[in-house]
Design a protein around this ligand. Structure first.
Ligand SMILES: Nc1nc2c(c(=O)[nH]1)N[C@H]1C(S)=C(S)[C@@H](COP(=O)(O)OP(=O)(O)OC[C@H]3O[C@@H](n4cnc5c(=O)[nH]c(N)nc54)[C@H](O)[C@@H]3O)O[C@H]1N2
Ligand SMILES: Nc1nc2c(c(=O)[nH]1)N[C@H]1C(S)=C(S)[C@@H](COP(=O)(O)OP(=O)(O)OC[C@H]3O[C@@H](n4cnc5c(=O)[nH]c(N)nc54)[C@H](O)[C@@H]3O)O[C@H]1N2
Ligand SMILES: [Mo]
Length: 765
């Protein structure tokens, strides 16, 4: 069990020796100091594998080794020497494993054999691949309606595996594709096309080297996309202005010591990152953005009247956009007192930021989960698009909108057809290439899939990676729904909660990881992935597989497809699995933008899927970029005065539901995760003292009690009216109904709660 419990302030910069030391310790913990280190050297190299960590791009995938603590941990986590074998499962009943923490479950190591749940002994027993596939085929074939099965994808899945998966599922007959993206950047995928005609970002890595100004909203790069720190550090040293909006003073947004810089490492110096870090209230970003735009349009009017100077890019606005008049009217009607109250920032602070943005010839607006995971996430994203449009910061060198994606291939999975809302055009091309009629009716996303499971309408769940059972909201009802399934299947590399909370029948199918050599009938194979900036490139595993019984994800999909569809399938499953080039040829036939796919990924660095918005071509209904309005300032509903807005965040030592340790170095928390970050004033106002233990109770009007217990109050510099805790510990507090109606993104960053003295403490008193 890692780390002694303590809370102490972290004084150093992010990165630096602390990062090297942390990675070294992690390698030792995974029993792989030497192998881990050589594996790391092959990460993100021209002929190596793509980092299974985040989706941040690499400088053309051609650079020398770029050190990243958390990328290193993600690789070491997969390359661990620990194994979770049939002997392990024989030694522990599932009931016993249910009492283990998430950290302990994954520390059992890499899964080595396909396993099937045996109710009589309450254990997972080894099963042959053929029998496992046959079980899946039997259940799926028995369903009266293919829409009674759910097919989840987590964003580590390669383009090749994802394409075969959507092919299998559509030939089977449903568009039920709940996806981790539904809990992540769906607000981008749904909100942005209405503004800009594309649901992806518009910048490339080079733009960071050319920009004058970077605004970062609700994203924690030092932890979740550390290679981005290289770009930020360079920009800062060039003199670009960086301004961040975050309720936390995230350390990497303040100062960063580059492990690549011999001088900074030797002299223990570091580079300041943000010139200003504004501690915005939880859910206060729209108020900030409207404030920024209000300053800009009013300043522009003044300058034009008094000096005939334009502060906005009117050539762009007139030539490329519609809706400016309504936006200006809305901003004029927005009062400063409301902006200040909602954002927690002063008018002067917002004015200063607005002037920095206006002054910049080229600016980039970056954002993450602090923007998307709110009740009006898609509309939040649109306000950031407005901010860019006012200054023509789309489709210009050194400028653009930059949503930072999460999982390393979540964007690619969407590109190759993992979507519950497929376009008619895409389905037509699929039919033309393969000759079966894919279903047209829209399928389930994560929220609607869970609703169908709760009602008992969905009976079979298949998960291509991930740990959905822990990642979702409202555990009380949603986890219970998993227990009532006829069959749950998870294609996984490690043991997790989704295997423990399972259907009446359950299968664990262990697969190769991205770091591992994938040999098929025609020889070793490469897969491809797409990063946050739409660069597509190859990834080739280098390590010996964790077990000889593992199959690749494409092979597992093909196995499920053959067992389910049998003779009725028109797809050449064997051929595809034998040679992934053929999968890419098929993708090229379905998606015109993949023209020359196999040749282009053989060029180091891969190729860019260009976005129309980057070319100032607007694929919207109006044919222009649209300024879209946000009604009022409330990202989340208005609640009573004493309600606190809880946001859920990642620690520095976790990858989503995977915990590398129980510590969070930069925020000064060690050996524990049951903490609530909250200001000393909010603690006192409620009659508590720092370190008191409290229960967190959701405020809702549906009569359901949602509570997590015994959290320690940690007095922290945090904005009024809000507090923060770790994901996934607080997921039981998020009502399933609390999601964005446009994108269905759960409101993980805006949970209304009250604090109650912890029962244990109340009894002792
Ligand atoms: N090491 C590591 N890397 C990862 C992941 C990981 O877990 N570990 N996860 C991957 C995935 S799937 C994703 S989606 C990304 C996630 O990467 P991020 O988007 O950085 O995710 P979070 O840590 O959830 O939250 C981001 C930031 O939002 C701030 N925040 C919270 N609420 C608000 C708000 O209302 N307004 C504003 N402005 N800020 C707010 C938090 O303080 C935090 O700094 O990272 C990916 N990369
Ligand atoms: N409260 C709260 N909840 C959240 C969030 C939040 O910020 N706050 N964030 C949301 C976001 S952004 C996301 S993306 C989701 C994440 O949800 P998921 O993507 O479902 O979860 P992960 O924790 O990334 O999944 C970890 C598991 O993936 C499996 N795995 C790892 N590598 C591979 C591989 O190569 N192949 C296969 N087949 N399996 C593999 C391992 O078995 C591991 O246990 O959570 C969401 N939930
Ligand atoms: Mo994510």
């Amino acid at each position: 069990m890692p780390g002694k419990k303590s809370i102490r302030r972290y004084h150093g910069p992010a990165g630096g020796w602390g990062a090297l030391k942390a990675l070294g310790e992690h390698l030792v913990e995974q029993d792989i100091p030497v192998k881990g280190a050589t594996t790391l050297l092959r990460m993100n190299q021209p002929l190596g594998f793509d980092c299974p960590g985040c989706a941040w791009p690499d400088p053309k995938h051609t650079s020398s080794f770029e050190f990243c603590e958390n990328g290193g941990k993600a690789v070491a986590w997969e390359a661990t020497a620990k194994r979770c074998t049939p002997e392990f499962f024989a030694a522990h009943t599932v009931t016993e494993l249910a009492s283990w923490g998430d950290y302990e479950l994954e520390m059992a190591g890499r899964l080595t054999h396909p396993m099937a749940y045996d109710a009589a002994s309450d254990r997972y027993l080894p099963v042959s691949w053929e029998d496992a596939f046959a079980t899946i085929g039997r259940h799926l074939a028995a369903l009266p309606d293919p829409n009674m099965a759910e097919f989840y994808t987590s964003g580590r899945t390669s383009n090749e595996a994802a394409f075969l998966y959507e092919l299998f599922v559509r030939e089977y007959g449903t568009n039920n594709f709940p996806d981790c993206s539904n809990m992540c950047h769906e607000a981008t995928s749904v909100g942005l096309p209405l503004s800009l005609g594309v649901g992806k970002g518009t910048v490339l890595l080079d733009d960071f080297d050319k920009t004058d100004c970077i605004f970062i909203f609700g994203q924690n790069p030092g932890t979740n996309s550390p290679r981005m720190m290289t770009s930020l550090r360079k920009a800062s040293r060039r003199g670009a202005t960086i301004i961040s909006f975050n309720p936390f003073r995230e350390r990497a947004l303040e100062r960063f010591q580059a492990p690549q810089s011999p001088i900074e490492m030797a002299t223990l110096t570091s580079t300041p990152i943000s010139s200003r870090l504004h501690q915005v209230k939880v859910g206060g970003d729209v108020a900030v953005v409207k404030g920024l735009m209000k300053v800009m349009v009013e300043e522009d009017e003044r300058l034009r009247a008094e000096h005939q100077i334009e502060a906005l890019d009117w050539d762009f606005i007139r030539g490329h956009t519609v809706g400016i008049e309504a936006l200006v009217a809305d901003l004029k009607a927005t009062r400063w007192e409301d902006i200040e109250r909602r954002s927690g920032l002063t008018r002067a602070a917002i004015e200063e930021a607005a002037h920095a943005y206006m002054k910049a010839e080229k600016a980039i607006v970056v954002y993450g989960m602090g923007i998307t995971q709110h009740r009006r996430g898609a509309r939040n994203v649109q306000q950031l698009a407005n901010l860019c449009l006012l200054k023509g910061n789309i489709g210009k060198d050194g400028a653009g909108l930059c949503p930072v994606r999460g999982h390393s291939n979540v964007q690619g999975d969407r590109t190759v057809g993992i979507t519950e809302i497929p376009t008619v055009e895409f389905l037509g091309r699929l039919e033309k290439r393969f000759g079966f009629k894919p279903p047209a009716a829209h399928g389930h996303n994560v929220v609607t899939a869970l609703e169908a499971m709760i009602k008992g309408e969905a009976r079979v769940f298949i998960g291509m990676g991930g740990n959905i059972v822990a990642a979702i909201p409202d555990w009380q009802v949603t986890q219970d729904a998993f227990r009532r399934l006829d069959l749950s299947v998870h294609v996984s590399t490690k043991l997790n909660r989704s295997h423990i909370i399972h259907g009446r029948e359950a299968l664990i199918l262990p697969c190769l990881g991205r770091t591992e050599i994938d040999v098929q009938a025609t020889g070793p194979q490469s897969i491809t992935v797409e990063d946050s900036m739409s660069m597509v490139h190859a990834s080739t595993g280098m390590n010996e597989p964790a077990s000889e019984h593992l199959k690749s994800e494409p092979a597992i999909v093909a196995g499920m497809a053959r067992a389910t569809l049998g003779q009725r399938s028109v797809v050449e499953w064997e051929k595809f699995v034998a040679d992934y080039d053929l999968i890419r040829d098929a993708m090229e036939a379905v998606f015109p933008f993949f023209q020359g796919y196999n040749a282009r990924i053989r060029v180091p660095g891969g190729f860019h899927l260009t976005s129309t918005a980057r070319e100032r071509i607007w694929a919207t209904a109006s044919g222009k970029a649209n300024f879209l309005l946000f009604d009022g300032l409330g990202e989340d509903p208005e609640e009573a005065e004493d309600v606190l807005w809880l946001t859920s965040v990642r620690s520095h030592d976790q990858y989503n539901t995977t915990l590398y340790s129980l510590s969070d170095r930069y925020r000064g928390v060690f050996g524990q995760r049951d903490v609530l970050f909250i200001s000393a004033e909010e603690i006192e106002k409620r009659g508590f003292k720092p370190d008191d233990r409290v229960d967190l109770v959701t405020v809702s009007d549906d009569g359901v009690e949602r509570v997590v217990r015994n959290f320690k109050l940690v007095a922290y510099a945090f904005p009024a009216g809000g507090c923060a805790a770790y994901y996934p510990e607080v997921n039981p507090l998020v009502p399933l109904a609390a999601h964005d109606p446009m994108s269905f993104t759960p409101s993980f960053k805006g949970i209304p709660i009250r604090l109650v003295r912890a029962r244990a403490e109340a009894e002792a008193a």
